[in-house]
Design a protein around this ligand. Sequence first.
Ligand code: SAM
Length: 323
Amino acid sequence: MSDRLHLTHLSSLTPQQEGQDVIRGLTQQPKSLPSYYFYDAAGSHLFEEICELPEYYPTRTELGILETAAGAIAQLTGACELVELGSGSDRKIRLLLSAYAQVQPHLYYRPIDVSSSILKTSAMALLADYPQLSIHGLVGTYEVGLEHLPPPLAPRRLLCFLGSTIGNLSARECPALFQQIHRVLKEGDYFLLGVDLIKDTSILLPAYNDAQGVTAAFNRNILYHLNWRFQGNFQPEAFAHRAIYNPIAQQIEMYLDSQQWQTVTLAALDFHCRFAAGEPILTEISRKFDLAALKEALTAAGFRWINAFTDPQQWFALCLCQV
Ligand SMILES: C[S@@+](CC[C@H](N)C(=O)[O-])C[C@H]1O[C@@H](n2cnc3c(N)ncnc32)[C@H](O)[C@@H]1O
């Protein structure tokens, strides 16, 4: 099996640059943290638990769309190498791999994810079930992974970005990533983007404030991760989870509110940070999309819009477009 799995660990950072984004975020007002720091092994595991929660509709809704649309997508594009940004667990890509197995004898998959643990676990599970599959995983951020994509192994590429993870990027960062994706793909390649659509807050808010407190644990895990990565002394339990919907920006905002006055040190970064009682750290945004505006943004980046596959309630959409 191992000759079908290659993993490349990528980093564009020198040791001096590591963690500079943490310092930048914590010295801004209001304080913030880059959300990719959620995802160490524990964070990836907690995210998988979130996906199973009754309140967290996005995963099961997108899976439902994929179940009905994957076959049509594979027929439409023909043979492709599958590339996936922020791949996480293997549960969604399986549906696409099974559909592509109907149109090509060999399957090629290149997941890109900052979390090496989930990338490796998912890859092993996929290789066990798809004997015709080869995987080349790239461990790193989206931007760095995209720049290190080797030449494609199939006539075309289908680049997938699922789970509405694009919603974690700000309105400024999102067009830049669309442009980068457009630039690294070749003419004729495809882009499949999963997005969470604007909907009532009675559905949105419980998805980020679940009754069992799994989202709260996931949110606090960012501080545990910073502690082990940068020799920190955050007391994660001294921060409270809070998720709100910002109707102007049309986004969920997740915060950790300091429960007391406190000073935190990240020794490896030689960095100290003071928190007032009640002071928030913005840890994640999750933007909600309007399909017409999204179509405009993708077209502006140079893509040709093909189709949006949605669920009966129009809660989520899988948008297919082509370079
Ligand atoms: C919200 S989860 C979605 C996982 C999966 N695509 C799904 O739909 O269930 C986001 C995934 O992207 C990865 N990730 C987050 N930020 C990233 C970044 N800046 N670069 C690369 N991967 C990132 C995380 O490790 C995680 O596996």
